[in-house]
Design a binder for this molecule. Structure first.
Ligand SMILES: [Zn+2]
Length: 297
């Protein structure tokens, strides 16, 4: 039994390729401004740099409603995630915090950075009646601890219905996958990204949809470190740090990383300050707003 998550890091970037035509820009409408302001008017344009929670929420009130429909987006053929060409900062000292970040390692999508203002996460529940309940509980506990680390930084809601979630954590060993050398490799964790058009509460929008597989066959701390890492991908950090002390390290060190490092946080902060179309309404549903009163309630 290997001591920690050996191949998890390199295998984390599984990407589903969606073929098909373009049509995107036409569908997607105008880019979302820095603050759509339809909610309670939380803080004007300021995002990313105030408080512990990064983005201002408010525009996503229906984001944890169960999906009534969802379909893959018609995207240009090719990998879903592509290396981003991040322009060098005019003033690097101002752009990068003292301890640095690894923004240059992140990949992005044709629709911009795959992140949301607010996430809904489903954690596979424990089936307590099974003989394996103890193992399941360990997995659940460790995964929950990892999720809590991210909850300190991002608006994340736990949901009971997988259909209400953009991120689903499954207690499952990822299938073996060919490594860079073509040989099949095992891993303890994997995050699979899809880009979907999802309708929630009558409103369609583009969402990243991430299935996170975390193997239960590890020590609790290794499960926790794996979950912390794979959740980082799910929340938009599609890339790896070159330092073992970061949760998003490409090659984990001997000791499992259970906390997000300053570099993890700095990279996340940078990411959530970047523009994206994810989460923006696709078309204003002709809601019966104006003259008519909605029926019921
Ligand atoms: Zn990874």
């Amino acid at each position: 039994m290997p001591p920690s998550r050996p191949a998890a890091a390199t295998a984390g970037l599984t990407v589903l390729v969606v073929g098909l035509a373009l049509q995107l820009a036409a569908n997607l409408g105008p880019n979302r401004g820095p603050n759509t302001g339809t909610g309670g008017g939380t803080g004007g344009g300021a995002r990313a740099d105030a408080g512990t929670h990064l983005p201002a929420t408010g525009a996503d009130s229906g984001s944890c409603s169960p999906a009534s429909a969802s379909r893959p987006l018609p995207l240009p053929a090719g990998p879903l995630l592509q290396p981003a060409s991040i322009p060098a900062a005019v003033n690097p000292a101002a752009a990068a915090p003292a301890n640095g970040d690894y923004r240059q390692q992140l990949s992005t999508t044709a629709l911009g950075w795959p992140r949301l203002e607010r996430w809904c996460v489903w954690l596979e529940p424990v089936n307590a009646s099974e003989p394996a309940a103890l193992w399941e509980q360990r997995w659940w506990q460790a995964s929950q601890l990892a999720l809590q680390r991210w909850q300190r930084l991002l608006p994340i809601e736990r949901v009971d219905d997988p259909a209400a979630a953009q991120i689903r954590l499954l207690r499952r060993r990822p299938p073996r996958q060919p490594g860079p050398d073509g040989r099949l490799r095992a891993s303890h964790g994997r995050a699979n990204l899809q880009l979907l058009e999802v309708t929630r509460a009558g409103q369609s929008r583009v969402e990243p949809s991430v299935e996170v597989l975390i193997s239960p066959g590890q020590r609790p701390q290794a499960i926790e470190a794996t979950a912390l890492h794979e959740l980082g991908h799910a929340f938009g950090l599609w890339g790896h740090s070159d330092r073992a002390e970061d949760a998003m390290a490409a090659v984990p060190g001997a000791a499992p990383v259970l906390e997000l490092s300053p570099r993890d946080r700095a990279t996340l902060r940078w990411l959530y300050g970047q523009p994206t179309r994810f989460g923006a309404p696709l078309q204003a549903e002709p809601v019966r707003a104006a003259g008519k009163q909605p029926a019921g309630s």
